[in-house]
Design a protein around this ligand. Sequence first.
Ligand code: DHB
Length: 312
Amino acid sequence: MSFTAKIWDTEFPGVIYNSSGPRCTTLEELSSLWDSTSSAIMMKSCSPEPREGNPLPRYSEVELGSINSIGLANHGYKKYIEYAAELKKQFPNKPIVVSIVGFSHEDFIMLVTAFQNEENVDVLEVNLSCPNVVGKPQIAYDFEWSDELIAKLFAIPGDKPIGFKLPPYFDPIHTEMMAEVLRKYPVSFITCINSVGNTLIIDPETEQPLIAPKWWLGGLGWDYVKPIALANVRSFYKLLGDKVTIIWCGGIKSWVDVFEHLLAGASMVQLGTVLGKEGTDCFERIEKEFYTYMDKKWYTDIKQVIWKLQEL
Ligand code: DHB
């Protein structure tokens, strides 16, 4: 059976790993990802300076999913350079993916330059879609700003693959506009989708919202967002073909979600909320369930499933 993946020259031993979300901020959490069957170690989105993030409560779960407004709490990029060195020393065989986030073109340029020069990092995911910083819009909803930024990032010397974490798009015109931007550059992957931003969940018992920051608005994940993620994956594959690897993030809780997203065009998947809820055992559980189903269907290669949604 062949269930591996590649982003340019970086080989991933499987197709499932963690998203830049829960349980990937501290060195301890990152080390436990190595101990799991996650196919890579993705680090929490890091900014130029350390950040405390938003006030508590900033994360909550309900039956159909989660709402968060963490606000990019992280230890600052210098710490993640140290963590990457430590992780690579201990666990040389797992790709290390850094997620970077800034508040200006200069921030992003500085961070991409730093990580392009960092031998212990394999892949760069540039987060263009965090919905949780007060007063800062989700970058990838501004196509011109994104285009200018992406041009600058690809002008930086370096041979590490760069991809972008995108917000959900709700209108095909917007998906096309972003695809048009991406086509102009050697983008190696996109991660679809970030949480659905600025949503409100109310507890009818307490008659209060679930989270405090940003006037109680936060990013929605899990069951609520899966159909949105599926549509975005499918639309981007249709527009970009297999030149850009599509990584699905948003709403995975079992093998069936993985299977459906591969059918829609994803080549790899990232686990977020489920990792927060279940801990790192979720990788093995979902992988085993998925491989069992593939076996039942007589599939021996992941390529037999990717983009193979049957027409109606
Ligand atoms: C945060 C939220 C996101 O959706 C993301 O991609 C990165 C960080 C946050 O609030 O910390």
